[in-house]
Design a protein around this ligand. Structure first.
Ligand code: ADP
Ligand code: MG
Length: 330
């Protein structure tokens, strides 16, 4: 058996079995967007993400400035998914010897801008030689424990919501792969290159106790819904015709995909927030959406576990999806 047989998530399940920790201060280990530890009276959040040239990005599409911004943004998105506040980060870099210094200075300019916008500080890292660029950030944050939102809190009868629009990043990537980077990237390509982590929204949902479970959409709507389902021990139904699509996506997706709805269901890297909430919270969620000026759409409902994940078509018939979303090893 190799990694291709079990996939990224089968592998993570094994990490979990091999490394189970029983430290009393550990609130959440492997299995959520961030690890959560109690440190005295405070609650520490920690998350890490790796970006590898040729796998997670191409130097020909992603300029160093945007690469710096994105490297931090993907970590911020995981803290957002808990309703936490990001604070400090460390960055480790593997760099080719003949990389121009100007590449790194532009990379750090992007990093610094995103750090400033989200009020986080770079406090260290590590540097080594590598054939391809490798970027690993470890971001630390904090939260009030009582407000934290985990993947495991969804209950039968909850509604399933998503912020923003879906599929834009996946379509942006498709356009990049086909046509390369244009002088002025359009909104779809920009969504792929410069994701906006929903930190403020995550905090607002948490502080207003609107969400029972939450995750950021990094692997795709279906895949990330499945993570909530597995951690919460529930099933879910998603209505295809409710998936929020941007005007650009509606216009361009038929040119690049035979099945535009499927691309929006399974496309990764939108970095929106996906959360579940009791129907009583509907009004509160709508008012948060208005005050933060971030669209939030109800796309489904939480069902008993036996129902697994069902997708409802426009005509009311349902199906069980066979492909879920991005997996590094599949
Ligand atoms: P996300 O998409 O939110 O970044 P991942 O799917 O990467 O989350 O990871 C899911 C869980 O698995 C997280 O709790 C993460 O810390 C853990 N994880 C991922 N890779 C490893 C690893 N190599 N060793 C231990 N835990 C890991
Ligand atoms: Mg995540």
């Amino acid at each position: 058996m190799d990694l291709g047989d079990i996939g990224e998530f089968g592998l993570i399940d094994r990490f979990r079995k091999w490394t189970s920790s029983s430290a009393p201060a550990l609130v959440q280990g492997i299995g959520d967007d961030v690890a959560v530890m109690e440190m005295g009276s405070r609650t520490l959040l920690a998350t890490t993400d790796i970006l590898i040239e040729g796998i997670d990005f191409e130097r020909s599409w992603l300029d160093p400035y945007r690469l710096g911004k994105k490297s931090l943004a993907v970590n911020l998105s995981d803290i957002a998914a808990m309703g936490g506040t990001p604070k400090y980060f460390l960055i480790s870099l593997g760099l080719p010897k003949h990389l121009p210094l100007s590449f790194i200075s532009r990379f750090y300019r992007g990093l610094r801008e995103t750090a400033r916008r989200h009020r986080v500080d770079l406090v260290g890292g590590d540097t080594s030689l590598s054939e391809k660029i490798v970027i690993n950030i470890c971001l630390l944050g904090e939260a009030k424990k009582k407000y934290l939102v985990f993947r495991k809190g969804a209950r039968v009868g909850d509604e399933l919501y998503v912020s923003g629009t879906l599929g834009d990043s996946a379509l942006g990537l498709k356009i990049l792969q086909k046509e390369g980077l244009q002088e002025k990237p359009g909104p779809l390509i920009e969504r792929h290159l410069s994701p906006c982590p929903r930190v403020r929204l995550g905090q607002a949902l948490a502080e207003n106790r609107c969400a029972t479970a939450m995750i950021d959409v990094s692997d795709g709507l279906l895949s990330d819904t499945r993570h909530i389902m597995e951690e919460s021990g529930v099933g879910a139904m998603i209505w295809e015709n409710r998936i929020p699509l941007s005007p650009s996506y509606r216009r361009m997706s038929p040119l690049y995909s035979k099945n535009p709805v499927h691309m929006a269901l399974s496309g990764g890297e939108d970095y929106e927030l996906l959360f579940t909430a009791s129907p009583e919270k509907r009004k509160r969620i709508i008012s948060l959406s208005h005050s933060l000026k971030i669209p939030i759409t109800c796309v489904g409902r939480i069902l008993p576990k036996a129902k697994k994940l069902l997708i409802a078509r426009k005509d009311g018939t349902t199906y069980v999806p066979s492909r879920f979303g991005f997996d590094h090893f599949k």
